[in-house]
Design a protein around this ligand. Structure first.
Ligand code: MN
Ligand code: MN
Length: 317
């Protein structure tokens, strides 16, 4: 018997502005049981260093995701004909305690991975990626990493703390959750504390692609190089901080920096991950209070759809 795959509620069955705003209008379930791909919200923003509000990201991205339709017209991607996907809700984290929240997130992802589902996550600030990587690396070993961001997130300490949204990639490399020789950081820019702020990454063997390296260019050739660097068989993770994009297209975020990537370059990066063995993806740092039009969250929902289309085994129409 053919397996029934969940389909998004159609815009001609229920108006898009009506009904329950689950991610992509998919069914909601309480665990990753029987899923190929689990959509997860992580409403954490107590790891931020400037503007807060990313705790509202999952809810707002779900709300804007009602406009996303099931097929990618340029790529032909048909994720809902390929995978069993559902929204498994939000991690019940502790809004008063960052370190406890990190552990709660890790436990949630361990449960997801016990069901062999690929987690596709919506933040939340970038701190959430560390516990996700802890869970994933325990299953898959050190991961290749495609990291899109205005910031390297490789501080040793922030305000004396080891865990914050700007320290996570240093921790992840130190903990050997990531293979730095198979990591690329794309979109880094703006002002720093010192002129060699990005050099710690470079010294670990990470490929650093600044925003200026991306200006006025298609990123398809870069992603071809990234696919060769990582290879098709290494478990890989895509972590997309929305502030990697320019504030003109994604103003609703906590640490905006001018001169960022365009929306189409963001699409090229995600589409360029097709061919990698992606074992998880996240989209972080959308802060709805700074997103008065809702366009940042709408863009984020579309980027998450593109992530589904780049997962291994996604059919193309
Ligand atoms: Mn970040
Ligand atoms: Mn950032």
């Amino acid at each position: 018997m053919a397996r029934h795959l969940n389909q998004p509620l159609g815009g001609n069955e229920m108006p898009r502005f009506a009904g329950i705003a689950s991610m992509f209008r998919l069914p909601v379930q309480t665990s990753a049981e029987n899923l190929d791909v689990a959509l997860i919200g992580v409403p954490l923003d107590i790891g931020t260093s400037n503007r807060t509000g990313a705790r509202y990201g999952p809810r707002q991205i779900r709300n804007e995701s009602v406009l996303v339709r099931p097929y990618g017209m340029a790529t032909g991607a048909a994720p809902f004909d390929s995978f069993q996907v559902a929204d498994i809700g939000d991690v019940a984290l502790n809004p008063y305690n960052l370190l406890k929240s990190i552990d709660l997130i890790e436990a949630f992802y361990r449960d997801c991975l016990a069901h062999a589902a690929i987690p596709v996550s919506v933040g939340g600030d970038h701190t959430i990626t560390l516990p996700i990587l802890r869970a994933l690396a325990d299953t898959h070993g050190p991961l290749a990493m495609v990291h899109v961001d205005a910031h390297a997130d490789i501080n040793d300490l922030m305000f004396g703390e080891r865990i914050a949204h700007g320290t996570i990639f240093r921790r992840a490399i130190e903990e050997q959750l990531i293979d730095p020789a198979k990591m690329v950081q794309i979109g880094l820019r703006a002002t720093g504390y010192s002129a060699d702020d990005f050099d710690w990454s470079r010294k670990q063997g990470v490929r650093v692609v600044t925003a200026e390296d991306c200006w006025y260019r298609s990123l398809a050739p870069l992603m071809e190089e990234v696919r060769i660097m990582i290879g098709p068989d290494t478990p890989a993770y895509l972590s997309f901080d929305i502030d990697g994009l320019d504030p003109s297209v994604a103003p609703g975020t906590g640490t905006p920096e001018p001169g960022g990537l365009t929306g189409s370059q963001g699409l090229e990066i995600i589409r360029g991950c097709c061919g990698l063995k992606l074992v998880g993806c996240d989209l972080v740092e959308v802060s709805p209070p700074y997103d008065t039009s809702g366009n940042t969250a709408l863009l984020a929902a579309n980027l998450v759809f593109e992530m589904l289309g780049s997962l291994p085994g996604c059919k193309r129409r």
